[in-house]
Ligand binder design. Structure first.
Ligand SMILES: [Fe+2]
Length: 311
């Protein structure tokens, strides 16, 4: 079954973005791979917040860069485009909106020329005096309610004012289905994208994991999302734990995710990038560098199925 839909009008800021191709999300086990195989990548995605220590709003110098990590990043940036995928915004925290974090992202956007940047549609921070004591340690999904939509859309607009490139939000994985939400997840994503002016980073593995755990049809879900707002896709592997299928990024991309990827690529007119994610420490489970190369090669097959690539 394919995902067919009428073509929706795209916001010009997304339609004019560079079509980058296939990349990987940087993890600290990748330096040797990068030095040897950087040419197999069209770009590299990074979590900017992992390249600095954040001493919190009260510190004299809040953001202290980690020199050795930044040195490798600079080396890659001389050769390939860099895309930012932050974890520190916590856009769903009702009592916290950290504009200084956003300004730091803007500085890195200017420095590395991110063509777009993204964060997660979730929250992981609570208001506190420093940047460490208040971390939930994981991305907690937001309820798909009208009040939350209004808050997140307003903040997305503010992010767009501070960082002068398109801003994407990523759909989350969730293990508990919250009762009595105002909207379905696709309805929320579409409304957020329209009202907040942001694009979507569609994590296909998250959709797949949710479909397994909550018993819905992933294809139906994807048909309900406005794919004209999708700029970047995430693909990953997962694993079973405690009766749930988790978004552990613990190895190769899950088989059904490849099928979904092929279909989304064919139906997302503004798609610019497919990013393979794996958790640091799982390089051996992937089969080392060769395993990463295999995943990238398969992702490239999907990328080449874009209608534009097929002419
Ligand atoms: Fe992701």
């Amino acid at each position: 079954m394919t995902i067919a839909r009428p073509a929706a009008a795209a916001a010009p800021d997304l339609a004019s973005l560079p079509r980058l191709g296939v990349g990987v999300l940087y993890v600290p086990s990748l330096p040797a791979f990068l030095r040897q195989h950087v040419d197999t990548l069209d770009y590299m995605a990074i979590v900017p917040d992992r390249f600095w220590a954040d001493d919190g709003p009260r510190a004299g110098t809040r953001f202290r860069e980690m020199d050795r990590q930044v040195e490798l990043l600079d080396w890659v940036a001389e050769r390939k485009p860099i895309v930012g995928h932050s974890v520190g915004l916590s856009i769903g925290s009702a009592d916290l909106f950290d504009e200084e974090h956003v300004r730091q992202i803007a500085r890195w956007q200017a420095r590395y020329g991110f063509p777009w940047h993204s964060d997660h549609l979730s929250f992981n921070r609570l208001p506190g005096l420093d940047a460490h004591s208040d971390l939930a340690g994981l991305a907690v999904p937001v309820p798909y309610d009208h009040d939350v939509l209004e808050m997140v859309a307003e903040r997305a607009q503010r992010v767009r004012e501070i960082v002068p490139v398109p801003f994407l939000l990523e759909n989350n994985v969730y293990y508990v289905d919250l009762p009595d939400q105002d909207m379905s997840e696709p309805e929320f994503l579409n409304a957020l994208s329209a009202r907040g002016g942001c694009g979507l980073l569609l994590d296909i593995h998250n959709v797949y994991a949710n479909s397994v755990n909550h018993g819905f049809d992933a294809r139906e879900f994807l048909r309900a999302v406005d794919l004209s707002r999708v700029v970047e896709l995430h693909i990953a592997g997962g694993s079973e734990m405690g009766g749930m299928y988790t978004d552990s990024h613990a190895g190769p991309v899950a088989g059904p995710v490849w099928d979904l990827l092929d279909e989304v690529v064919a139906a997302a007119p503004n798609l610019c990038a497919i990013t393979f994610e794996f958790e640091d420490g799982y390089l051996p489970a992937l089969g080392g560098d060769d395993g990463v190369l295999r995943e990238l090669e398969r992702a490239r097959e999907a990328w080449n199925r874009r209608p534009a690539a097929r002419g």
